[in-house]
Design a protein around this ligand. Structure first.
Ligand SMILES: NC(=O)c1ccc[n+]([C@@H]2O[C@H](COP(=O)([O-])OP(=O)(O)OC[C@H]3O[C@@H](n4cnc5c(N)ncnc54)[C@H](OP(=O)(O)O)[C@@H]3O)[C@@H](O)[C@H]2O)c1
Length: 254
């Protein structure tokens, strides 16, 4: 339980789902963690849970669309723990869906702002801090959607999330020489609030589960363990990758 000893990490989208599980796992593995999202109460309960388990965390509430929020997260890492080694940029939204001929310009733009532009702004400030201490590991949460295949009605989500693959490659190429690794994790369907909100019946959930080779959806902790690998020195030669953690939804047919 010491794969992240002496490391300092930021986790966004930490108030629930994949981000919350990953923040807890990072802390259990020895990292000191700055957790971010909009909902202060959920962040406070996460910090208390981590502390009760013997870990260290602080919370910063804000919206990832605000560049100052990313500056504040980095500043909290430095003020509380002296440095920044790991950033899991995981906050995201499905955004405005449905038939693409009806999607508004504002809805499309907001989805891109939350999923893609915010991830760039986050990495911009995180990498500037990481290179002061020899580098670090940046991980984005993308998805198989728009990368290996897509569904009808998810144009903004697919476009914004697949944009993260290009961002991952470009930043990996740009900052590898300074010790910064950049990777994307691409989950399949994972049982979180987002999943339940958009698959609001047992029939819908079963239908989605059946598309995976493993014939089930994933759990947040299963994604968290892959993120831990990418964050840790175990992945010291891994950068620029799009890492599928998708239960085989990308390869299964029938
Ligand atoms: N669940 C899946 O099937 C699945 C599959 C592939 C990829 N993903 C991706 O996994 C990531 C995590 O989602 P999840 O499944 O764990 O869902 P979730 O439980 O709903 O978590 C979403 C997180 O993002 C945060 N967030 C959303 N908009 C934000 C904003 N504008 N500013 C700051 N934080 C914001 C939410 O916090 P607040 O509401 O407190 O701000 C929450 O912590 C997302 O990027 C999602 O696209 C999910």
């Amino acid at each position: 339980m010491d794969r992240l000893n002496n490391k300092v990490a930021i986790v966004t989208g930490a108030s629930s789902g994949i981000g919350r599980e990953t923040a807890k796992l990072f802390a259990a593995e020895g990292a000191r963690v700055v957790v971010g999202a909009r909902r202060q109460a959920e962040l406070d309960s996460l910090v208390a849970e981590i502390a009760a388990a013997g870990g260290q965390a602080v919370a910063v509430a804000g919206d990832v669309q605000d560049e100052h929020f990313h500056e504040a997260l980095v500043a909290a890492a430095v003020a509380n723990y002296g440095r920044l080694d790991i950033a899991f940029n995981n906050a995201g939204t499905l955004g405005e869906g449905g038939p693409s001929t009806g999607v508004s310009k504002a809805g499309f733009a907001e989805t891109v702002a939350i999923n893609l532009t915010a991830s760039f702004l986050a990495a911009k400030h995180q990498i500037a801090e990481m290179v002061k201490h020899g580098g670090g590991s940046v991980i984005f949460t993308s998805t198989f959607v728009g990368y290996t295949f897509a569904f009808p009605g998810v144009a903004a989500y697919a476009a914004s999330k697949s944009g993260l693959i290009g961002l991952t490659q470009a930043l990996a190429a740009e900052f590898g020489s300074q010790g910064v690794r950049v990777n994307a994790v691409l989950p399949g369907a994972v049982e979180t609030a987002m999943f339940r909100e958009h698959n609001d019946s047992a029939d819908k959930q079963d239908a989605l589960a059946s598309l995976h080779a493993l014939k089930r959806v994933g759990q947040p902790a299963e994604v968290a363990h892959s993120v831990l690998y990418l964050a840790s020195d175990d992945a010291s030669f891994v950068t620029g990758t799009a890492s599928l953690v998708d239960g085989g939804i990308s390869v299964a047919r029938g």
